[in-house]
Each structure stands twice: as C-alpha cells, then as structure tokens.
Design a protein around this ligand. Structure first.
Ligand code: ZN
Length: 240
C-alpha cells in the first residue's frame, strides 16, 4: 500500500535497465531494500532524492524482501558532501558502517539519529572529526568501546600506546608483550576525548586538535577487529 518512511539512502546499485536497488536506513523500519523503477533514466522525478548519502521521505509498498518505491522527496541533499570528494569519501565510510551494523526490518532510533547527525556534521565540520566520532559511537553502542582510563592490561595510568587486540591504551611495559602501536601524547589525548564524547559534544571536540586519517584509522581498526568484514569505502578514503 502507501507506506510513508523517512530514510537515509546508504547505497544504490543499478538493476535491470534503468532501475535502482536502494539500501536505505529508515527511521521506522531499520534497513530496507527498495526497488526504485526508472531512476537511472534522465527524466526520473525521483532520481535526485534517491542518490547515495541523501535524506528523504518516501512513499512505498513495504514488502519482504524488496519494497517498491512510489515517490521520494529530498529532506537533506547534503550538498557540501556531494561537492567535495573528501567529505563524500568520509560520508561513504559512515554509510557503509551503517549498512553493516543495521538490521533489516528492525527499527533502531539511536542508530538512525547518530547516522543522520554524523552526515549533517560531515557537511560542516572537518569530515574526519565526524567520521571519528561516528565510529566511536558505533563501538560504544556495540559494547566494544576502547578502554582509555589507563593501561588495559595492568591499570597503570602512564600510557604510551594503543592496542586494538587488547582493547585500548597500554603502558610502555605491557606494550612490549602485546600487539600495539605507539602514539604521541596529543594523539592519545584526542583519541581519549573522542571515545568519551557524545554527538552533542562535536563542537567542543572540533577545538581539541586536528582529526587525522591516522586517528580515524585507529577507530576503524577497532571496528574491523570486531566485525572482520572488509570496509571498501575505508580503503578508498585511505588512498585519497
Ligand atoms: Zn600496563
């Protein structure tokens, strides 16, 4: 029938001649696969609203396993993201992680909100900051947030390195016995702040220092260590 949803378009794959198969994160029903007929034709009225990294409202027939789109209208096109290849690459990492952690036909208000807000942030703040905070919030939600209040092995507060396999900071003594990588104090401080932060702290985080690809890499390593699923968009961003 005519079901109405609010959704973030995460991915679009061409299907048959001019159709698109959309993967969206909807507020009402979690992840959905939606067939959008004719969107790859030049004159499609829905084409603009169903591009990847777009927030839109849709009217559709909800069906398993594939729903059928009737119409879509854009809520937020995230234009600054579409106009900047680097912002788009970070937003694509956010979208791919949202794909991996969402469940089809299972609403998750929190996941929808942080994904929506991270994409909005990605359009205005330094994109790597938005990426770091998003992955950190996802780790927290999965219950695998890095331990940042001291050495994860012995509790020593003098930490010198980060160990993904051990799950957080390690001291110089313990770092010799585990797989870890040393970082300077500034890097570790920014990592700790981000782990502790919630979405509403993003403006404060922006003043703490420069969010680098290395920092996002550490967060992504924690995510990948747990999921073991390749993250194509991350490989692309790393090479930019
Ligand atoms: Zn230790």
């Amino acid at each position: 029938m005519n079901d109405r949803i609010e959704a973030l378009v995460l991915r679009v794959d061409p299907y048959k001649e001019a159709d698109g198969l959309l993967q969206v994160l909807s507020k009402e029903h979690g992840r959905l696969t939606i067939l959008a007929r004719g969107i790859l034709k030049g004159n499609s009225k829905n084409a603009g609203s169903v591009q990847p990294i777009t927030q839109c409202s849709m009217i559709l027939d909800l069906k398993e396993p594939i729903s059928l789109l009737h119409s879509a209208s854009t809520i937020d096109f995230y234009r600054p993201i579409k106009e900047d290849v680097y912002r788009l690459a970070v937003a694509s990492v956010i979208a791919e992680i949202a794909m991996q952690v969402s469940t089809s036909n299972q609403p998750d208000d929190y996941l929808y909100e942080i994904t929506k807000e991270s994409l909005s942030a990605c359009a205005v703040v330094p994109p790597l900051l938005a990426g770091c905070l998003y992955v950190s919030l996802i780790l927290k939600e999965m219950g695998i947030s890095p331990m940042v209040d001291g050495c994860v092995v012995c509790d020593d507060t003098k930490i010198t390195a980060i160990s993904v396999s051990e799950g957080g900071f390690v001291c110089s003594r313990c770092s010799k016995n585990v797989t870890s990588k040393s970082y300077d104090a500034n890097f570790s401080r920014l990592f700790r702040y981000t782990v502790k932060a919630e979405m509403q702290h993003i403006a404060t985080l922006a003043k703490q220092g420069e969010y680098t690809i290395e920092l996002l890499g550490v967060f992504v390593d924690f995510f990948k260590d747990y999921t073991s699923i390749p993250l194509k968009s991350w490989e692309f961003l790393r090479k930019l």
